[in-house]
Design a protein around this ligand. Structure first.
Ligand code: PGA
Length: 254
């Protein structure tokens, strides 16, 4: 597939996989994906499996991501994890502001923006998630919601940092529901997000930023979604939990 930007496909394992299960999955992916060079491949296990998965994918083409990170560098923040701790395991990417965290942990755009700055401060790359709910889409508020989230969650980044940031467009109604945005809906949202980025930064930056689609991505729909001009990868939940389906998504996207 001939793309303007290199595809980045990330597996968000969420709160799944014990260390033993994570190692099984990592071993399967390492084997199956060994020859893939066309796509940046990322896996995001839970914190408890980062150490072992990091060792398992050493010397492979698979990069490691975390699912969240503290905005603080050190100190009395019970239950939080700092950038320096992630770096010990060669983590390269950090998912920020996933809709589940926005919903269950009340994460705000302002907090996500502070976390994004902390991620860049540690020379890691954030994957910043945005997306409208079904009620917002049905009320005709999709663009307004996306613009607010893009401006709020990426506030304060400079141009260099923005280029090294991945945006994940994940319509909340498509996450874990089996419902995928239609190609037209996905392309329209991605092109809109890129226009907002051009307004915030400039055209050159906007053209360089990779925007992933997320929400019920499967082997069967990956090719069509990844072929859209403004879709530059995928953030995959359920289908990333098995080596076969995650591998097929990647191979179908090449
Ligand atoms: P899903 O999740 O692929 O299971 O819909 C995507 C995500 O939440 O990142």
């Amino acid at each position: 597939m001939n793309k303007e930007r290199k595809l980045i496909i990330a597996g968000n394992w969420k709160m799944n996989k014990t260390v033993a299960e994570a190692l099984d999955l990592a071993a399967g992916l390492k084997l199956e994906l060994a020859n893939v060079k066309e796509v940046d491949i990322v896996v995001c296990p839970p914190y408890t499996a980062l150490s072992e998965v990091s060792k398992a994918i050493l010397d492979s083409n698979i990069r490691l991501g975390a699912q969240n990170m503290s905005e603080h560098n050190v100190g009395a923040y019970t239950g939080e994890i700092a950038a320096v701790m992630l770096k010990e395991f060669s983590v390269r990417y950090v998912i920020l502001g996933h809709s589940e965290r926005r919903q269950y942990q009340q994460e705000s755009d302002a907090l996500i923006a502070r976390k994004a700055l902390a991620v860049h401060g540690a020379a890691l790359k954030p994957i910043v998630c945005i997306g409208e709910t079904l009620a917002e889409r049905e009320a005709g508020q999709t663009e307004q919601v996306l613009a607010t989230q893009v401006r709020g969650s990426l506030a304060g980044l400079d141009k260099e940092q923005m280029v090294e940031t991945v945006v994940a467009y994940e319509p909340v109604w498509a996450i874990g529901t089996g419902k995928t945005a239609s190609p037209a809906q996905a392309q329209e949202a991605h092109a809109f997000i890129r226009r907002v980025l051009a307004g915030m930064f400039d055209e050159t930056v906007a053209r360089k930023v990779r925007i992933q689609y997320g929400g019920s991505v499967k082997p069967a729909n990956a090719r069509e979604l990844m072929s859209l001009p403004d879709v530059d990868g995928a953030l995959v939940g359920g289908a990333a939990l098995e080596a076969r389906s995650f591998t097929d998504i990647i191979k179908n996207s090449i």
